[in-house]
Design a protein around this ligand. Sequence first.
Ligand SMILES: Cc1cc2nc3c(=O)[nH]c(=O)nc-3n(C[C@H](O)[C@H](O)[C@H](O)COP(=O)(O)O)c2cc1C
Length: 255
Amino acid sequence: MSVNYEEEILKRRNLLKASNWRIEKEGDWWKSHQQKGIPAPPIVKPVPENAMLIDLVQPEELTIKDIPLFDAVSSRKSHRAFTDEKISLEELSFLLWTTQGVHEVDKKKIWTKRVVPSGGARHPFETYLLINRVEGIKEGVYRYHPIENKLILINSQIDQETVKKAWYQDFIGKSAVIFIWTAIPYRTEWRYSLISYKDILIEAGHICQNLYLACEAINAGTCAIAAYEQKVVDSLIQVDGKEELAVYLAPVGKI
Ligand SMILES: Cc1cc2nc3c(=O)[nH]c(=O)nc-3n(C[C@H](O)[C@H](O)[C@H](O)COP(=O)(O)O)c2cc1C
């Protein structure tokens, strides 16, 4: 089968276009589930029964040093070398809160307001952590519950051979903790139907930029990662790659 490169490129560029809700489309097949009156999906993945939960430091109790925003923005850059130093639980709590912290939960539990913006306040992401060196936390895969402000243990028996196949760049595995953001596309599709994907990808950028800036306050560094082995990373964090899939990674370590 031959594929026309130019046609394929043009097709894929459609992802970058703004939607035009005013254009009349035939039928109503394109309408979102919200427009069809279907109830909204959960705002956060629930805590599994009997899950092991780890308390994080509450945002109002954080004692991270203040640094001028100007300095954080000026010195932000990608780091690909980290020391062996551990990250403290308080520092990890700070990084999680600055990336996905929740300000407000809708009374009807349809939306949340968070530290980052999200089209229609849909917030389609979950945050997983592959922890290597965090004080007081065993190595393993965890998920952040942003409303409870807790970590949920997903797997403490990580197969290091699988981890090695997850990405192409060795420095990622040498970090103290790897942030892995998944998208649950339906959270956005429920409201925005076919035009959800542009929003989802833009929003991932907002989250990662906050991580870069927050790292500046704790003498740590990070590097945005879009190049990874999709199936391996999805299996590492135990998501199906369909209803939920990894979209962006960021290793964090002391510098
Ligand atoms: C969407 C995105 C994907 C990226 N993917 C990778 C990656 O897979 N591996 C990597 O080493 N750096 C990656 N980077 C980091 C860029 O290479 C880096 O931002 C760029 O070289 C500019 O350097 P700076 O961040 O220090 O300004 C990515 C950055 C972005 C925004």
